[in-house]
Design a protein around this ligand. Structure first.
Ligand code: ADP
Ligand code: MG
Length: 468
């Protein structure tokens, strides 16, 4: 077995346990450098891949590698293209440090003077970058929901056109896509002020294209784009059902891509879910690096609130921060909105509100945030959908392992999310005895103590509630 064959076989297994986005991101352009007595040495394209493969994916790689070389117990990655070689991850991810520092230390630091990069001129050619200086990596809080997208954006900002092209970031509304995209643009211009960078939403791109066509200036329009070094397109899902725009955009994309200019794209869904997207565009989008952003977990929501408070120089008691973070969880925009309302109300009065006052004030947002009409049927549908089993099977009598587990999870969620009594839960799941419900709940609770995968599954299932 050659090194190549070995690595392909290992990758084949690794791929099964990761999302497509993570797999493509971290394992693309990797290869075996050397297989020693107990060490596997890999070539990886950059420092981010090195960090992730050595730390986060070490176990997965080891377990597949050992099937072929049982003695391997160590993985070392070597950065092979030289760009980031020798740099520490800290120097690349330097801007995020503040998110992890204790708050006292953060607040004593002066806010950096703000600069706005609007347009830059090159040989008489002026680009309106459309960038807003309020968005920067330093203001972005990194959590497990967005670390992949964040790392990818940082990497692209450090070396535009080199590492991942195109970079495709996708995720639901208000989760920080625009913030990250804008941060890339601002960072590139900070490091390399000569670069021609442009940020534009797909909607505006489409409108401007239509105008240009109507005024017979389509060529000038396209020329402007193909001279860019970095093109950032926000909300590309807008291309759906727009044939002409797709065609023109494809040409812009191709020209830039051929010239190794960086293209960064965001969308509220992955390329395969954008209806009527031309195949050639879809395969281009999928051919680069894709990274998703999910909803932030509680810890990240708390960090975000603290960060925003610090930016606005406002203090809220920890109990209030926790209350907001626990109750507003669909997206960051809503969280920010509620916070801004609080700040506006109390800052002028120069008054620190109590938890009761906050509960009163945020009543509206919070009640709409709580899963408004969550009921047993929605829980059953979400669980069935997630595990790809039939709803009837969950209520039915089947004792197969692949049904029992989802059924126990549904029971657990009915107890936890709806606070139903055990007899009620039994009734909602095909007339089961309450003792079955008690047993299932206890079992899942015990398992949750040391089963991270189950915890993740529950997180995904809860996110599905809103779909029903
Ligand atoms: P999207 O483009 O995905 O709809 P935005 O980038 O507009 O979302 O984010 C909505 C708001 O939430 C913005 O004000 C942004 O600064 C803030 N935000 C989102 N995610 C984060 C984060 N991880 N850290 C700090 N602020 C965030
Ligand atoms: Mg946006």
């Amino acid at each position: 077995m050659t090194h190549d064959e070995f690595w392909q076989a290992v990758l084949g297994e690794v791929e099964l346990s990761l999302s497509k986005a993570s797999f493509t991101t971290w394992f693309k352009n990797t290869s075996v450098n050397e297989i020693g007595e107990s060490e596997l040495v890999l070539n990886v394209p950059n420092i981010f891949a090195k960090e992730w493969l050595e730390k986060k994916y070490r176990k997965i790689i080891l377990s597949s590698a050992r099937k072929f070389h049982p003695k391997i117990d160590r993985i070392t990655c070597i950065i092979s293209n030289g760009q980031d070689a020798g740099k520490s991850i800290d120097s690349l991810v330097k801007t995020n440090q503040s998110a992890k520092e204790p708050l006292e230390k953060q607040s004593s630091r002066k806010a950096a003077p703000k600069k706005t990069y609007t347009s830059n001129t090159f040989n008489g050619f002026s680009v309106n970058s459309n960038l807003n200086s309020k968005y920067g990596f330093e203001a972005f809080v990194v959590g497990s929901n967005n670390e992949l997208a964040y790392a990818a954006c940082q990497s692209v900002a450090e070396n535009p056109g080199k590492n991942y092209n195109p970079l495709f970031i996708y995720g639901g509304v208000g989760l920080g896509k625009t913030h990250l995209l804008q941060s890339v643009g601002n960072q590139v211009l900070k490091n390399l002020p000569d670069k021609k960078v442009k940020y534009i939403s797909m909607e505006r791109f489409a409108n401007e294209l239509v105008n240009a066509i109507q005024t017979s200036k389509a060529k000038d329009f396209k020329n402007e784009y193909i001279q860019l070094d970095v093109l950032i397109i926000d909300d590309v899902q807008f291309l759906s059902n727009k044939e002409k725009t797709q065609e023109e955009f494809f040409h812009v994309f191709e020209s830039l891509y051929q010239l190794e200019k960086q293209i960064i794209i965001s969308s509220d869904r992955p390329p395969k879910s954008i209806p009527t997207l031309e195949d050639r565009l879809r395969s281009r989008f999928e051919g680069g690096m894709m990274a998703d952003i999910n909803k932030p977990d509680l810890e990240t929501r708390i960090a975000i609130i603290k960060k925003k408070l610090q930016e606005k120089n406002f203090h809220l008691e920890d109990a209030i921060v926790a209350y907001l973070a626990e109750n507003i969880y669909h997206n960051v925009r809503e969280l920010e909105g509620a916070l801004n309302k609080i700040i506006v109300t109390y800052q002028l009065k120069n008054y620190s509100p109590s938890l009761d006052e906050i509960i009163e004030q945020t009543g509206d947002v919070i009640s709409t945030n709580r899963q408004k009409d969550l009921d047993p049927v929605k829980i059953i549908s979400s669980v069935a959908d997630f595990f790809d089993v039939k709803k009837e099977e969950l209520s039915g009598r089947c004792r197969k392992k692949q049904i029992i587990k989802p059924r126990q999870i549904a029971i657990y969620l009915m107890r936890r999310e709806l606070g139903l009594s055990f007899p009620e839960i039994g009734k909602n799941l095909g007339g089961r005895d309450h003792s079955t419900a008690i047993y299932a709940c206890e079992k899942i609770e015990r398992e949750l103590e040391n089963n991270k995968i189950l915890e993740d599954h529950l997180k995904f299932i809860k996110e599905k509630f809103v779909d029903y």
